[in-house]
Write a protein of this length. Structure first.
Length: 653
């Protein structure tokens, strides 16, 4: 608050100094009126403006103790009471008292004017209302009301120059400026510059009214004598603070300005300096905030490892239902969203929904209702994924979130193998295929903190440049060709080479290139291949009869090696030396039926392989794909994988 007052006061002082030196004595009163009001508002508003600058933030290294918590400087607290601790309370109390006093004074003056309008007779002429008062008053104006002495008005003792002067105040609505500056004075009663601005505004109103009188052909000498007569009048307006009176302020300065003639060239030159002055004040007294320029993972794969660390929200829930975030600060559920909004301020909600991941670590006995509320707040804040890690991760099978307890041993082996493989390559020539990059990212995301510390470091890679302009033209031509054929709803001919080329180019594109390119065509699945013809022709019956008639029952079917009947039939007669036959049964145990995998498990497995998901011809995130399958059981999954490219999963009805 103190810094704001210093900035606004300095800004207003510079504006007023410019006015006093270059504008006040010049005959450009209309421009000066708007200048004074404008600079007053600007001086109060410029310190509140925050200019956001995008750039690289300095790296701040944090050290952690053995327990994993960030080490912070300890602040020793003492039981001694600091006398300065009461200073803010005293100053705010003093400020509040001043606002009450000046506010009461403002309301009192406003009430007196309205009361006089109500109780005194009025005479309306040309949208101007004359309020005729019994006591002798100096003519003054409040909006379209002109306060005059009734006796002098009815006997025509008030000069027409005075009436014209007051009518100018009413027609140009000078009372609007007065009310505005009075309200600002109530709030900033302690600032002397506000009083100086108020005085300059009211004096400029008199300049405007004097100029209007002189433009009606009234001699300046005659008008100046009238002003001198009113300035020496012992009677004064009882409500001059909220009204424009003809005898206001410096008569000498008004006489000087009446004789001043400012050329148009001088007016233009002085007016030209105002915008640069305003720009300098804005640059010098506004606030600045430096934020890191947002870079999406598609534009900079090198930052994937860092983004997984820095763009993860971790929330813990105790068995009592307490929500812990950050440095183990307990946050009520109703304040959780406001706490989250203080982070990632450089991202919009849509960007957070694509980049930020949330981890909820509940205790063994954490209330389920609290977990649901925390998840709802996170989704409302905007996160790409919510992970439950802990004993209550599967408390609700219908939840649309991923449950995990860290990566499996097989996943860690896969991650370490890939990470070690690419870390051994020189960074300048390192190229990580999109398939492997997705596998690394997905496994790293599922790891616990301890697993990440023990695993091979996430491999860095040069920034992805996307496809070339020539490749974009090639992709757009193919995509537009098939999209047009699909829209015509006619029979189309799809070349396998075109589909593979489309998928290859689309996989190389950055996120921005995909947004600007043609939509990926929603191609139908290839037709089922025809059933091959039966190996038997129409003479099959006669051939079978010939085999039965001529086949030796003890023949080994012309096979090179004899096949034991025990291995072939399972139920047979074995001949013994004593010419006795013994019945045996050597039927092997049938194999277990192959387990069927559910669509959700299949979808998760495809996600681990770095698959690309499509729904209605548009690429979607794995989380959205899971959400669709959870809500609609009638959806089916089509999986297609070409060579080493990532699998393509299409969800359709």
């Amino acid at each position: 608050m103190f810094l704001y007052l210093i900035k606004s006061g300095t800004c207003l002082a510079i504006f007023l100094a410019f006015y006093k030196l270059f504008l006040e004595r010049e005959n450009m009163h209309t421009f000066k009126r708007f200048y004074l009001i404008g600079v007053l508002v600007a001086a109060l508003g410029i310190p509140l403006i925050t200019i956001v600058e995008y750039g690289s933030l300095p790296h701040i290294q944090q050290f952690q103790d053995e327990t994993g918590s960030t080490v912070q400087n300890a602040i020793n607290t003492h039981n001694d009471i600091d006398p300065m601790a009461y200073l803010p309370t005293f100053l705010w109390g003093l400020y509040g008292l001043g606002v009450l006093v000046f506010g009461f004074k403002f309301l009192k003056n406003l009430y007196l004017i309205l009361h006089r309008i109500h109780i005194n007779p009025k005479y309306k002429f040309n949208r101007i209302t004359h309020v005729l008062m019994q006591n002798r008053v100096i003519p003054h104006t409040f909006f379209h009301y002109i306060f005059l002495n009734k006796q002098r008005f009815e006997t025509n003792q008030i000069p027409k120059e005075v009436l014209l002067h007051e009518e100018t105040h009413a027609k140009q609505k000078h009372s609007v400026d007065i009310l505005l500056i009075e309200l600002i004075q109530v709030l900033f009663w302690f600032n002397p510059l506000v009083y100086l601005t108020k005085k300059a505004i009211k004096l400029n109103h008199e300049f405007l009214a004097d100029r209007e009188v002189l433009t009606h052909g009234i001699p300046s000498n005659t008008y100046q004598k009238i002003l001198l007569g009113f300035s020496s009048n012992p009677y004064s307006s009882p409500s001059v603070e909220l009204a424009n009176a003809i005898n206001y302020s410096s008569i000498k300065k008004r006489f000087t300005v009446m004789k001043t003639k400012t050329s148009k060239k001088a007016i233009v030159l002085r007016s030209v300096f105002v915008p640069p002055l305003l720009a300098i004040m804005l640059y010098a007294f506004s606030d600045r905030k430096v934020v890191a320029a947002p870079i999406s993972p598609e534009q900079d794969p090198q930052s994937i490892g860092q983004s997984l660390r820095s763009e993860t929200i971790e929330i813990r829930i105790s068995k009592k239902g307490e929500i812990l975030a950050g440095d183990s600060t307990v946050i009520p559920i109703e304040r959780l969203k406001s706490f989250l909004l203080k982070h990632h301020t450089n991202l919009t909600k849509e960007q957070r929904s694509n980049r930020i991941r949330a981890i909820i670590r509940p205790a063994a006995e954490a209330p389920i209702e609290i977990l649901k509320n925390v998840e709802a707040v996170l989704i409302d804040y905007g996160v790409a994924q919510v992970n439950l890690i802990g004993p209550e991760a599967s408390f609700d099978p219908n939840r649309d979130i991923n449950t995990q307890k860290g990566a499996t041993i097989a996943q860690i082996r896969t991650f370490n193998s890939l990470a070690q493989k690419y870390n051994q390559q020189p960074l300048a020539s390192r190229r990580i295929p999109l398939k492997d990059l997705r596998i690394l990212e997905n496994i790293y995301q599922s790891m616990s903190g301890q697993q990440r510390n023990e695993a091979v470091p996430f491999p860095e890679c040069p920034p992805q440049e996307g496809v070339t302009k020539k490749q974009i033209i090639e992709y757009n031509a193919l995509a537009k060709k098939y999209n047009r054929q699909l829209s015509d709803a006619k029979e189309i001919h799809i070349l396998k080479s075109d589909v593979e080329r489309l998928e290859y180019l689309h996989g190389l594109m950055t996120h921005e290139q995909k947004e600007n390119a043609e939509p990926f065509p929603d191609l139908p699945e290839p037709p089922t291949p025809p059933v091959p013809p039966s190996p038997l022709d129409h003479n099959a019956d006669s051939i079978m009869q010939e085999i039965i008639a001529n086949q030796d029952p003890y023949d080994n079917l012309n096979t090179p090696d004899a096949i034991s009947s025990a291995k072939k039939t399972g139920f047979f007669l074995q001949k013994e030396d004593k010419a006795e036959f013994e019945e045996t049964n050597d039927i092997p145990t049938p194999p277990e039926p192959q387990k069927t995998i559910s669509p959700l498990d299949l979808l998760i497995e495809m996600d681990m392989k770095g698959a690309l998901f499509y729904y209605k011809g548009k690429e979607i995130t794995p989380d959205k794909a899971l959400n669709l399958l959870t809500k609609d059981e009638d959806l089916s999954i089509d999986i297609n994988q070409k060579n080493d490219n990532p699998p393509i999963v299409k969800i359709r009805h």
